[in-house]
Design a binder for this molecule. Sequence first.
Ligand code: GLV
Ligand code: MN
Ligand code: MN
Ligand code: MN
Length: 418
Amino acid sequence: MSEQALPKTHNLRIDGARLWSTILETAAFGATPAGGLNRLTLSPEDGQVRDWFRAACEAAGLEVRVDALGTQYALRRGRDMSLPPVACGSHLDTQPTGGRFDGVLGVLAGLEAMRSLNDAGIETEAPLLLVNWTNEEGSRFAPAMMASAAYAGEFTTDEILAKRDAAGITVAEALDAIGYRGDEPVGSQKIGAFVELHIEQGPILEAEGRTIGVVEGGQGIAWFDGSVTGFESHAGTTPMPRRRDALLGLCEIALAAERIALAHGPSAVATIGESVIGAPSRNVVPGRVAFSLDVRDPKSGTLDAVEAELRAALGEIGTRRRLDIDLTRIWRKEPVPFDPGLVAAVESAAESLGLSRRRMVSGAGHDACNLAAKVPAAMIFVPCKDGVSHNESESATQADCAAGADVLLHTLLTLARG
Ligand code: GLV
Ligand code: MN
Ligand code: MN
Ligand code: MN
């Protein structure tokens, strides 16, 4: 392209130092002593960061709306308000022992993009929209990414409002408790395209020394609730062969899940992330154990095969150990391909910025995967230290966050004709 043919925004860059300082500023809401975040969805801390976000958006001249599931939409007007907004964003909730970047980066980079456009006095043809989706993480209310799924029509608003956390509190009650049950019907906010910046949450970019992941899609996810029921008995008097120990059943289930996932490797993964002994006591043989299971793979057929093999293994373990084992699938998200045109727009933004990059599939679930069912969607990844995420030590560099935000800015400019 000749110098003259370059758009006037060609040299525009976000302010990396300002982005970094907002990441540090919002990390005060739900900060843990170990340097991470505990900002479960719809908790008081989530309410605090939402209030901060609304004020920051309004200070940047954006119009903020909240839908019936608490999702926040911040609109930056364009020249042609009849065009659907080009949207970006992610989530501000975290895991109970989460880090400072998962989700946060995508929202704050969107805010930084808006601030940079304001500073440069740039108006886009289409309006821009910045979104904070409610409950991406799924650790308090299952399933994960529930608000974006409702936006895309996968669940009704009432179905989501009725979901309960472990304490029996519904989503509706939790929204009311922090004042975030908004007026806008879910799905009423128009979106023309959705781009989400996120840390990779895996080790590939860092290992290859690349800055940008151009994400082509997300892998499939299946979530299960399980229980093992045996018989509670005296730890001192029940001979080993007579026991019906539910915990030992779960141990075998965990090892079977590992063996089956490995057999479908390297892509398939299976995780038992929660397990609770019913009525735990050090001198009682466990009679009941509840657990969760998370299975993922980029291929739908592999999710089917892993589930079928696991159910066969559960049958065998239950019979041999005289245990009742139940496994209920509570959620399944099919693998999602992103929009090829939007993926190409992300790639050319990275190219025009001279950033090293590679195409990849997301191992984690993201709101963009739900949006893809309704509008063109794509994602931008940046590296995180040692590939670690869902951990308080999660870390990313200021330079990589800024590079990702620049790719986001230039993708938005291409799509919204800035
Ligand atoms: C949520 O962060 C997930 O990807 O499971
Ligand atoms: Mn996330
Ligand atoms: Mn997460
Ligand atoms: Mn996720």
